[in-house]
Design a protein around this ligand. Structure first.
Ligand code: GDP
Length: 630
């Protein structure tokens, strides 16, 4: 069947291209989607936040209408039947659109605010696009905010820009250059779409305003022409089904449904579909109805769906079927040290749907979806020591893990689903091994109240966020705080190495306390450093003079003094032996040395590595030999 489907593909029968919108928060992703769809979803949603997942099919007729103003468009032959735009901006939708590691998204729009340039999540998105090798165009948005911009809608954006005043054009050029430079810093060539020397190696920037609509026609035109020129092969319609679940949703009157993106092939009412479930198994069920929104309407704005007997790719479609609720009532899946342990909710988001065309295909499909799931989970490599990671879907989990890997934060366990008591127990066992890893990073999932209470009791930290960077910031702040705590606790154990030469003309008090001028010959002397001298009778023995209780440099009290400085120090007897006296027990021919030990060396290495420079470590080695520390 596969071979036959492949044979029947042709460039004269293309499917709609699947488009995703990514970018930093507030760059205008929602507004751009909105304009592309010419509906007003943002205004209808609380705070303009888009939380739902769906897609809009923009038919080619509509695109033709919207691109009429684009210069030279009349020469373009439109060969794709339209664009299927995924409604939820951001990563989650992008990384949900995955198939065996690659992305089902054909082309992406990366939105950059021209006033801000590349921002944290722009780079995060860029890395995702690179990793999945997804081609993209950049919407250089909010051009209407350039100084003295005069709006001229219904025109090609090139003409709009060249009709601006000189100051506005200047600012446009400067900011665009800046963005191009920032792309170069990320290792990418970028150019304005009308100056692009080679669209295969340079990413195109399209100046847009999602508010005035300027440039939106150019953006659509570029998407279509790029898709046709670069992706014609990929966009050839195939009868081989390629469909991905984006979201599982309970809808009143319909029961549990799944929103899915049909990327290739067709689905028919009554088809037997097979999908992976959380328990590492699969469900087999018949499609009761295929539901689609009205043309040019977002998938879930209202519940007025049209039923279809058959849906042909590429489209966003809602599937109603029996047993989906059973799957939901199932268990949460988690992966622990390699093995798959199952309990809880389904994680079908991002995994493929298969259709069994005949009864004997059912078993084959079941095996395949189970294998697919195991393969996805098997990819995840866990560390013995590391944070615990939980996310809402396989796609969002993957995005987070990718980021943690790049940030060198190890993870010891991953799970899909909310944080429950059991997870906290697991984190607490990590706490015993290494404090900082007694942490759960909860990405876009709930934390049950009793789990939080238990965490507070046990000292397990749970960080919860729906933006990866926020989780990262919280965790790194926590790690820094733990580090400072440990440094504080180990301040007295860690002894920095120093070698001090006595300045005999500046001995102010010869005993109890000893107060004298010294020159720091090597290393670093600190308040709190224990001081000793080598015994004259037995060079393997050392006399303890006491602990440095204050240091004065140029009549100012200081905490530390480095090599080369002349300072006055006060050494107080630690009380464990009789006070030693300058002139009797030791004299100016003796070097004052910090008294180090195995324990102090270890503490320095563990908590104060950055405080000591190379020369200090060399002295440490010298003293270690002298004191015969193993
Ligand atoms: P998202 O977080 O990337 O989805 O950004 P939104 O689409 O919610 O936009 C963030 C804010 O920027 C909103 O207040 C929008 O009205 C505004 N905005 C978006 N696009 C433009 C634009 O092209 N020009 C101007 N002036 N404002 C814009």
């Amino acid at each position: 069947r596969k071979a036959e489907a492949e044979k029947n593909r042709s460039v004269s029968n293309l499917r709609a291209a699947v488009i995703c919108v990514l970018g930093h928060v507030d760059t205008g992703k929602t507004k751009i989607l909105d304009k592309l769809r010419r509906t007003s979803v943002q205004a209808g949603e609380a705070g303009g936040i888009t939380q739902q997942i769906g897609a809009t099919n923009v038919p080619i007729e509509n695109i033709k209408e919207q691109t009429k103003i684009v210069r030279g468009i009349s020469q373009t032959e439109f060969r794709i039947p339209g664009l299927l735009i995924i409604d939820t901006p951001g990563h989650a939708s992008f990384s949900n659109l995955r198939s065996r590691g690659s992305s089902l998204c054909d082309m992406a729009i990366l939105v950059v605010d021209i006033m801000h340039g590349l921002e944290e999540q722009t780079i995060e998105s860029l890395n995702l696009l690179k990793a999945k090798k997804t081609p993209f165009v950049v919407a250089l948005n909010k051009i209407d905010r350039l100084y003295d911009w005069s709006t001229m809608s219904r025109k090609d954006v090139r003409d709009i820009i060249s009709s601006q005043g000189p100051n506005t054009q200047n600012e446009f050029q400067t900011r665009t250059k800046q963005v191009i430079l920032q792309f170069a810093e990320q290792g990418m060539n970028a150019a304005l779409f009308y100056e692009n020397p080679d669209p295969k190696t340079y990413v195109s920037l399209v100046p847009t305003s999602a508010i005035t609509g300027e440039g939106m026609g150019n953006l659509l035109a570029l998407l279509v022409t790029n898709c046709q020129s670069m992706l014609a092969k990929r966009l050839m319609f195939s009868e081989e089904l390629q469909a991905t679940v984006l979201e599982v949703k309970a809808i009143t009157g319909l029961g549990t449904t799944i929103d899915c993106i049909l990327v290739n092939g067709r689905l028919r009412e009554g088809d037997t579909v097979v999908m992976a479930t959380s328990d590492g198994g699969s469900i087999v069920t018949q499609i009761r109805s295929l539901l689609m929104p009205q043309p040019m309407k977002e998938l879930r704005v209202k519940n007025d769906y049209i039923e279809h007997k058959e849906v042909v790719a590429a489209q966003g479609v809602k599937i109603a079927a029996k047993d989906l609720e059973k799957v939901i009532a199932g268990k949460i899946l988690s992966v622990e040290s390699g093995g798959v342990v199952c309990s809880g909710q389904p994680i079908i988001s991002g995994l493929n749907i298969l259709v069994a065309r005949s009864p004997d295909e059912v078993e084959i499909c079941k095996e395949e979806v189970v294998k697919d799931l195991a393969r996805e989970l098997g990819r995840i490599k866990l560390q013995d020591r590391g944070v615990l990671v939980q996310a809402s879907t396989l796609g969002s989990l993957e995005a987070l893990l990718e980021f943690l890997k790049d940030s060198k934060i190890p993870y010891s366990s991953v799970k899909i689903g909310p944080v429950v008591k059991r997870d906290v127990m697991k984190a607490s066992s990590m706490l015993e091994r290494e404090n900082q890893y007694g942490t759960i990073l909860a990405f876009d999932v709930k934390v049950e109240r009793d789990a939080q209470e238990l965490a507070d009791q046990l000292g397990v930290k749970i960080f919860q966020a729906d933006i990866i960077y926020h989780l990262f910031d919280q965790f790194t702040a926590h790690r820094e705080q733990l580090k400072q705590q440990l440094r504080q606790q180990n301040k007295h154990v860690a002894v920095f190495p120093c070698k001090l030469r006595i300045l005999p003309q500046y001995v102010f008090n010869s005993r109890d306390p000893i107060v004298m001028g010294v020159i720091v010959e090597d290393g670093i002397v600190c308040v709190g450093t224990p001081i000793c001298v080598q015994s004259k009778e037995d060079p393997s023995q050392f006399l303890d003079l006491g602990i440095v209780s204050s240091i004065e440099s140029n009549h100012k009290s200081v905490e530390t003094a480095r090599r080369g400085l002349e300072v006055c120090i006060k050494i107080e007897n630690a009380g464990d032996s009789a006070p030693k006296m300058f002139g009797r027990h030791f004299d100016e021919k003796d070097m004052l040395l910090s008294k180090i030990s195995r324990q102090s060396i270890d503490a320095c290495k563990e908590y104060f590595r950055e405080d000591l420079i190379k020369g200090d470590w060399q002295l440490m080695v010298e003293l270690k030999k002298l004191f015969q520390i193993l």
